[in-house]
Design a protein around this ligand. Structure first.
Ligand SMILES: Cc1cc2nc3c(=O)[nH]c(=O)nc-3n(C[C@H](O)[C@H](O)[C@H](O)COP(=O)(O)O)c2cc1C
Length: 334
């Protein structure tokens, strides 16, 4: 079985990669993931909020990594970016696989300079994790998208390494944005970020933070958009969210994914589960009489299937019309 894929300009032995999470920051766990066959890892994100006000001692125009002044460290910042750069550096020296660093933010700004330090620490690519909740009445979707494209444009001009953009699923016209991100220099789009919704405690009536692992029924949204974008936009596509099995990986590749990210399965079953996912993936391909990832990719893309309507509007009313009691399923990718 030929499982090779190309993602972010890198040759990968197979398309199943551990997605962004603290699992990939820890050297021992990252080693375990590599031993289990991970062809690449994505580190957790460095967040804009933690960096925005950080003074840099780096002279403008210098390509040296930013030096964090000692008094800033004393001021009790929540995160020391140099720890992050150290981790990139250590991971690169311990692992034989590519390491992708992740930056999380929403606005173009000086904090993007930290991407340069990630590159200098050895990162093979940057994943820009765009997590924007637009709350201002005057802010338009155009404003939000212009910022995203502007961030990619800024990074593209600074970095030599490839850039992936991890997107929100809440975009009105995703194909258009994907096209502009590609033109600005994004080599890959990761679909999608999960928006963690606040829980409302009752009767205390306070919003509280929740971090839930994902569920399999989140995958269909990703599959639909992968199929709609596949073979039509310049960036590679990665699916992230709701992948629970090797068969799900096969679904994502068939819909056009070059890579498939997993986090929840690794938290639930441990890093070694990656091997199981690869084995399941191979069995899923065999069951469908497919001999290579290349031969599978995009078979279910929008332009390839006779059932085009399954991805577009006609699906909406047909699904609702078919919703008689007895044939409704509670969850799952079925
Ligand atoms: C504990 C935890 C930490 C995460 N940290 C990050 C992060 O720092 N940056 C990021 O882009 N995504 C982060 N994610 C989201 C995952 O990368 C992924 O998009 C999401 O969990 C959906 O994939 P899954 O269904 O395989 O879990 C995190 C997820 C979990 C569970």
């Amino acid at each position: 079985m030929e499982l090779h894929t190309r993602y972010l300009g890198l040759d990968l032995e197979h398309p199943i990669i551990p997605g962004a999470s603290p699992l990939c920051d820890d050297v021992d766990t990252a080693r375990q993931l590599e031993d289990a066959g991970a062809p690449l890892i994505v580190m957790s994100s460095l967040f804009e909020e933690e960096l925005a006000n950080m003074p840099l001692s780096r002279p403008a125009g210098s390509i040296a990594p930013p030096v964090i002044p000692a008094d800033y460290r004393k001021a009790g910042v929540r995160v020391d970016p140099e720890d992050y750069f150290d981790r990139v550096y250590r991971l690169k020296h311990v692992l034989g696989i590519p390491v992708v660093a992740s930056l999380n933010g929403t606005t173009p700004g000086g904090w993007l300079r930290y991407a340069l330090a990630m590159e200098q620490a050895g990162a093979d690519a940057i994943e820009l994790n765009v997590y924007k909740v637009a709350t201002e009445l005057g802010e338009t979707s155009d404003d939000v998208e212009r910022d995203m494209v502007g961030m990619v444009d800024t990074l593209r001009n600074k970095l030599a390494i490839p850039i992936a953009v991890k997107l929100s699923p809440f975009i009105t016209a995703l194909p258009n944005l994907a096209t502009h991100l590609g033109e600005a220099g994004a080599e890959a789009l990761v679909m999608f970020n999960r928006f963690y919704q606040p829980h409302i405690d009752w009767p205390g009536m306070t919003p509280s933070r929740t971090l839930r692992l994902s569920e399999g029924n989140e995958l269909n949204l990703r599959l639909r958009w992968a199929a709609i974008l596949a073979e039509r936009v310049r960036p590679n596509l990665a699916v992230s969210g709701g992948v629970t099995s090797g068969q799900d990986v096969a679904r994502a590749v068939a819909c056009g994914a070059h890579a498939v990210q997993v986090v929840t399965p690794l938290y639930l079953h441990g890093p070694d589960y990656l091997t199981t996912l690869v084995e399941q993936f191979v069995r899923a391909l065999e069951a469908a009489d497919v001999h290579s990832v290349q031969g599978l990719r995009g078979r279910l893309a929008l332009g390839q299937v006779p059932q085009r309507e399954a991805y577009v509007r006609a699906n909406y009313y047909r699904v609702l019309r078919s919703g008689k009691a007895g044939n409704l399923s509670a969850s799952g990718t079925d």
